[in-house]
Structure formats: C-alpha cells, structure tokens
Design a protein around this ligand. Structure first.
Ligand SMILES: [Zn+2]
Ligand SMILES: [Zn+2]
Length: 75
C-alpha cells in the first residue's frame, strides 16, 4: 500500500483528496513547477493537498497526528 494513501487515511484526509493526490497531483501537477505553485496557492496552507472539489467547496479537515512518521524516525 502506498504510504501516502495509508497515512492520508490515518490523518483523516478525505478519500477524494487522497485519490487526487496519488493520481493527478503526483503524475501531472507536482512535476510541473508552474502548475504546482499555482495549485499550492489555491490549495492554501492547509497541511495537505486538497482535490479541486474540496478547494471549490472550501472544505478543509483538521489533520490528525499519524504515528507512522514517528516510527520511521526511530528506525
Ligand atoms: Zn500513518
Ligand atoms: Zn477532496
């Protein structure tokens, strides 16, 4: 399982945003720095990458702490 997907779910990120992150964001937006910067502006500093639908709806969730990163640091 993709760690972004797993930890996205642990953090409470909506499934729509997770799916958008692992598809359009990773394959298309992230690799284009102009597009990426524009997207990050509209995404706002919410702590995770929102999908276009959540941005349009101004839907923001509060990120929960995920233990996975703690375990990674200890290793
Ligand atoms: Zn996790
Ligand atoms: Zn979403």
């Amino acid at each position: 399982m993709n760690p972004h997907v797993e930890c996205g779910r642990h953090s409470g990120i909506p499934e729509c945003c997770i799916q958008w992150f692992v598809t359009a964001w990773s394959n298309y937006v992230y690799i284009n720095s102009d597009l990426r910067n524009k997207y990050l502006l509209v995404n706002d500093n919410v702590g995770y990458i929102r999908c276009p639908t959540c941005i349009a709806n101004r839907s923001v969730i509060k990120i929960k702490e995920c233990d996975c990163y703690v375990e990674e640091k200890e290793n």
